[in-house]
Write a protein that binds this ligand. Structure first.
Ligand SMILES: [Zn+2]
Length: 428
């Protein structure tokens, strides 16, 4: 329907054309997909609305905000287009399930290549190209505009992943920062032989300091990317180091806890609408992460997507101070990853073990530096503002999932675990 070339031109061309395109795309999606999904068909009927009431993206607020629980409390078909169901569904994807029961998802990948297309060109590459990212299983998407996307199964070891990348020889590779760190640790400057044009670090708590360090080994820019199994790619870092939303792929609203738009510069809940998925698009989906629109929306990179910042912290992951005040726990993780140069820890986890105690369990890395550790601890103490004590415990290993590492355990969770396993050894 849309070539990736066409989308790339829109995203980097006149901003008025881009906005007009989003409006048209949205109203078309309501007419040809959204109104054919039982959950939304019922909503439209109950409100006396028809697709004609959705003329532009500003009408999006006529649809309800949903979250993971909304989806899990109903059969999956409730959120699947009736036409897609009749035509036969592709094999489903599942979210990792580290934050609850896995979600069953069906996606079309109409614009998938377009996202990589943008990144590839912005960082000096050319078309056609090959991109690699991770998935549940090894597979290749059908070629589009001579471009290819190879998925590599998450179950591959670091060594197998490196071998697969050498075979596929992609120009763009997207992996979690944790995997990039493991690759750097094991293969160092050999990674430059992959000849990547751009490497995406898709995952929470990645920082410019850490990406600069990784980049020295990978031999190309390592840039931040925010995506999710539910969405695909949604936010990419431009060559100026700013985070742009791929709004034609996944449209973003940032709402406060009352469901009103958060003002630029103020954090709120990320609420996504997939404009590219014609099978099971998540519409006004509150994913559980927070972030904010930047006050300054001007960027001379030439990309049209809205600019966001501070994205990634899980809304529910909070440190609760004895005074009742809270702090987004994500800030602790960010501090760890802000350490310049090699990582201090092979692994780590914060746990609010008591109302006034945060325990940092860490596995010392080979490149550990006492000075850097001192700096890190004082940055963290500053964040905690004297409300909570910090205790560092060195451990040999942490049982950590590779792609969705758990870097913080809340007080509530610690108490639940303590109640469930009284007398059991304390886990990090
Ligand atoms: Zn930019």
């Amino acid at each position: 329907m849309f070539s990736s070339q066409h989308l790339c031109r829109l995203f980097s061309g006149d901003i008025t054309d881009y906005h007009r395109f989003i409006d048209e795309l949205f109203s078309r999606r309501v007419a040809d997909v959204f109104s054919d999904i039982p959950f939304y068909r019922d909503h439209l009927a109950s409100k006396g609305l028809t697709p004609a009431d959705f003329r532009g993206i500003s009408d999006l607020s006529k649809l309800p905000v949903v979250d993971r629980r909304t989806l899990q409390s109903r059969p999956v078909e409730t959120f699947v287009s009736a036409a897609a169901l009749a035509a036969g569904l592709p094999s489903p994807a599942y979210t990792s399930g580290t934050s609850g029961e896995p979600l069953q998802l069906y996606a079309s990948r109409d614009f998938y290549i377009a996202s990589f297309h943008l990144m590839q060109l912005a960082y000096g590459g050319s078309v056609p190209f090959t991109a690699s990212c991770l998935s549940e299983v090894d597979r290749v998407l059908p070629e589009q505009d001579d471009c290819q996307v190879h998925f590599i199964a998450r179950s591959n070891s670091v060594a197998q992943l490196f071998e697969r990348l050498k075979e596929i020889r992609p120009q763009v590779a997207l992996l979690g920062p944790r995997r990039w760190r493991k690759l750097v640790e094991r293969y160092g400057h050999e990674l430059a032989d992959l000849n990547l044009v751009v490497a995406g670090a898709a995952g929470a708590a990645s920082t410019p300091e850490e990406r600069a360090y990784l980049s020295g080994f990978v031999g190309c820019p390592v840039v931040d990317m925010y995506g999710a199994t539910e969405l695909g790619g949604a936010i990419f870092e431009c060559p100026r180091g700013r985070e742009h939303v791929l709004a034609h792929h996944n449209y973003l609203e940032i709402l406060d806890d009352d469901g009103n738009p958060a003002a630029p510069g103020h954090s709120g809940n990320l609420v996504w609408t997939a404009l590219d998925n014609s099978i099971m698009p998540l519409i006004r989906y509150q994913i559980g992460d927070t972030g904010q629109f930047a006050v300054d929306q001007e960027c001379d990179c030439g990309w049209n997507g809205p600019i966001v910042q501070g994205v990634g912290g899980k809304a529910r992951e909070k440190i609760v101070f004895p005074t009742g005040m809270t702090l987004n726990a994500f800030k602790l993780n960010v501090e760890v990853h802000r350490t310049p140069g090699p990582p201090l820890f092979d692994d780590y986890r914060f746990r609010q073990a008591e109302a006034d105690l945060i325990r940092l369990s860490a596995v010392r890395s080979n490149d550990f530096s006492e000075d850097m550790l001192g700096d890190l601890l004082s940055r963290i103490e500053k964040l905690l503002g004297g409300h909570v004590r910090l205790e560092l415990v060195w451990v040999d290993a942490i049982d950590q999932p590779m792609d969705k590492p758990v870097y913080f355990v809340s007080l509530e969770q610690s108490r639940r675990e303590a109640a469930a396993g009284a007398g059991a050894p304390v886990t990090p």
